[in-house]
Design a binder for this molecule. Sequence first.
Ligand SMILES: CCCCCCC/C=C/C(=O)SCCNC(=O)CCNC(=O)[C@H](O)C(C)(C)COP(=O)(O)OP(=O)(O)OC[C@H]1O[C@@H](n2cnc3c(N)ncnc32)[C@H](O)[C@@H]1OP(=O)(O)O
Ligand SMILES: NC(=O)C1=CN([C@@H]2O[C@H](COP(=O)(O)OP(=O)(O)OC[C@H]3O[C@@H](n4cnc5c(N)ncnc54)[C@H](OP(=O)(O)O)[C@@H]3O)[C@@H](O)[C@H]2O)C=CC1
Length: 289
Amino acid sequence: MAAASMIRSVFKKELFSGKVAIVTGGATGLGRAITEELSSLGCKVVIASRRLENLEKAAQEINEAIPISLRPRVFPYQCNIRNEEQVKSLMKYTIDTHGALDYLVNNGGGQFASPAISAKGWLAVVETNLTGTFYCCKHAYNEWMAGHGGAIVNIIADMYKGFPNMAHTGAARAGVQNLMMSLALEWADCGIRINCVSPGIIYSETAAKNYGGRHVFDEGLHIIPAKRLGIPEEVSGAVCFLLSPAASYITGTTIKVDGGQSFYRSPFTIPEHNSFPPPLEDPELNSKL
Ligand SMILES: CCCCCCC/C=C/C(=O)SCCNC(=O)CCNC(=O)[C@H](O)C(C)(C)COP(=O)(O)OP(=O)(O)OC[C@H]1O[C@@H](n2cnc3c(N)ncnc32)[C@H](O)[C@@H]1OP(=O)(O)O
Ligand SMILES: NC(=O)C1=CN([C@@H]2O[C@H](COP(=O)(O)OP(=O)(O)OC[C@H]3O[C@@H](n4cnc5c(N)ncnc54)[C@H](OP(=O)(O)O)[C@@H]3O)[C@@H](O)[C@H]2O)C=CC1
């Protein structure tokens, strides 16, 4: 991952000067790229996830790349987004310590590949991705944004053709997208904009490690019109755009950062079979086939 001073953002240098953001899962992968770009553009960023050690290391590395007089800009805070009390404390800490909460990026989450998951596995994924996002939105609203406005971006996933082998996350991410649309309407009168960014297959060491290595991501190349994987910085740019004044009239929408994958091929193949019922279960109609 590039040091913050090396970030080549297309946005102007002080775009987010004086602003305060929370990025969940901000120590690794996409979240880290988002944190690096936001902080390089003047934003204070609270990064929140379960593993404090990871958070502290990332914050230190990113802060060290920022001129001493402007440090620190990145602040670690341990929080499991599945725990509502911890989420509430994250919001309170951010507002008490940094005086505002202008932006929320709901990036923390994930899943595992499994065709038939246990109820416990289903709940772990739905609670993390859908309920965790709901908790973060709810408490950002209650603690700050209802009275001051703000912008929220949720990271979802390419679930538009269903998500076989990851049905748990497909259901959760579709839920997040619909939640986003409802909140865009419910909270418009408070000056809150809320949108989603939907990544395709984005390579980072931590993400690939979760699936057994880079080769698993490379196996997806045949379903990507761009014929390459994405990188976290390509997702970060879309998030920064949606948070910025350039998106002041954008709410309730989803930007896909996927090299065209979402409307091309599915990675899932269906075995040959003759298990489907005949047309209308009528032998006469069936004979037309
Ligand atoms: C194969 C396709 C490759 C291309 C994919 C490209 C798209 C990439 C998308 C990405 O999202 S990349 C990002 C990847 N990063 C992550 O997913 C990281 C975060 N993930 C997690 O934290 C977990 O996976 C989680 C499920 C979201 C949360 O797990 P947690 O540790 O909190 O769950 P537990 O409470 O320990 O477990 C509960 C229950 O869940 C089942 N389970 C958990 N992990 C797995 C697993 N790896 N495989 C199978 N089942 C799993 C299991 O039933 C657990 O219960 P127990 O069996 O432990 O009692
Ligand atoms: N990479 C890709 O191709 C794609 C990624 N995505 C999504 O983008 C997001 C970022 O993934 P990516 O950066 O690739 O992968 P990473 O594995 O690097 O990031 C996942 C992050 O989520 C955090 N996290 C997981 N569970 C929780 C929790 N319960 N509470 C708080 N934080 C949590 C993790 O931190 P910790 O373990 O410390 O809690 C980690 O920092 C995820 O939601 C992912 O599913 C979507 C589509 C494609």
